[in-house]
Design a protein around this ligand. Structure first.
Ligand code: 8YV
Length: 321
């Protein structure tokens, strides 16, 4: 390899990422080891970097075992599975893959919204089951006349807002702070936002700060014509409360790309007809996953060469390149 640096890879990544990292580092692939604990114990004193597949848990406990660790490069813009707070306070750089997936995920959010509002998956099932020959598919609710609320107006939230604007749908938002340069109606709480809109799109980070942010009160405020769309993290929505709200008509429907315990989706959701379910495909195109993978590699190479990394997370006390 190009660098005499030991890198830990806890879970498999896309083949081209593994190839490029193999060319650059001594890569220790934890999931391939017959005895992962033994391998970890052996390489721990030498490991200086981690390449983390999406969702791979990089806990403080793990990092504590790696005394020379300097850099954790995560695949995905969301890094709730990496304890970035701990890393940041221990001089460890954490990087993620923002920007390159923004438009892709926003496309998914718009698609999910339209699928949920217009019941398009149900309409397709109607055709495929041969029922069109018997009767037309029933009329559905419409996007016309709706107002959308963005819960978490970051890069992806703004890309979703642009799409709604193009559809003639007014957009409101809630986030921790009102943004001075944003000319959209701001609501101080998720309940206030939900009350003002009838499409609520969840775009916040995951993790403990946003756990169950969408709770029974928010769902009630969204109301009987309301559609909930989640392309963020399953943990942001109280899943049991959502099931109840979909069942009893507290809200009209939902479109979900993410779940609390992926890849397990609760049977209660599978049993409901007024929810569209996708298997976390928000960024899952060849084009975008390629760009995300390249950024994982670029961050590690920049770090190894002693250059500023391209995309550090804010918890990392280091300037971006
Ligand atoms: C990926 C994501 O699916 O970027 C994120 O935060 O959730 C997705 O793009 C995930 O990181 C990889 O499984």
């Amino acid at each position: 390899p190009r660098f005499d640096i030991d890198l830990l890879m806890p879970a498999p990544m896309m083949p081209f990422i593994m190839e490029r990292l193999d060319q650059a580092f001594h890569v220790h692939k934890l999931w391939l080891a017959a005895d992962a604990d033994a391998l970890l114990a052996e390489v721990a004193p030498r490991v200086r970097a981690i390449a983390a597949a999406g969702g791979a848990a990089i806990t403080a406990d793990l990092m504590r075992r790696l005394p020379r660790l300097e850099c954790v490069s995560g695949f995905g813009v969301g890094y709730d599975s990496i304890d970035a707070q701990w890393a940041g306070t221990h001089g460890i750089t954490v990087t993620n893959t923002p920007d390159v997936l923004t438009e892709e995920v926003a496309d998914t959010a718009l698609a999910l919204t339209l699928m949920a509002v217009r019941r398009l998956p149900q309409a397709e099932r109607h055709l495929r089951a041969g029922r069109w020959l018997e009767k037309p598919f029933p009329l559905t609710p419409s996007l016309r006349g709706r107002t959308a609320g963005i819960l978490g107006l970051g890069r992806i939230g703004k890309a979703i807002a642009r799409r709604f604007a193009a559809c003639g749908v007014p957009v409101h938002y809630h986030g921790r702070h009102r943004q001075a340069d944003v000319d959209l109606p701001y609501h101080a709480t998720p309940v206030d936002l939900a009350r003002a809109v009838d499409v609520l799109v969840v775009v916040t980070p995951g993790g403990s700060e946003t756990r169950n942010l969408v709770d029974p009160a928010v769902l009630k405020a969204l109301g009987p014509d309301g559609i909930l769309v989640n392309i963020a993290r399953g943990t942001v929505v109280d899943e049991q409360a959502l099931v109840a709200a979909l069942r009893d008509g507290t809200i009209l429907g939902a479109g979900l790309d993410v779940f609390a315990q992926e890849p397990a989706v609760p049977q209660a959701l599978l049993d409901l007809d007024n929810v569209v379910l996708l298997p976390h495909v928000g960024s899952a195109t060849t084009h975008t996953r390629q760009a995300m993978g390249q950024l994982v590699v670029d961050n590690l190479i920049a770090w190894a060469e002693g250059r500023p990394v391209p995309t550090p997370v804010p918890e990392t006390p280091i300037e971006a390149g």
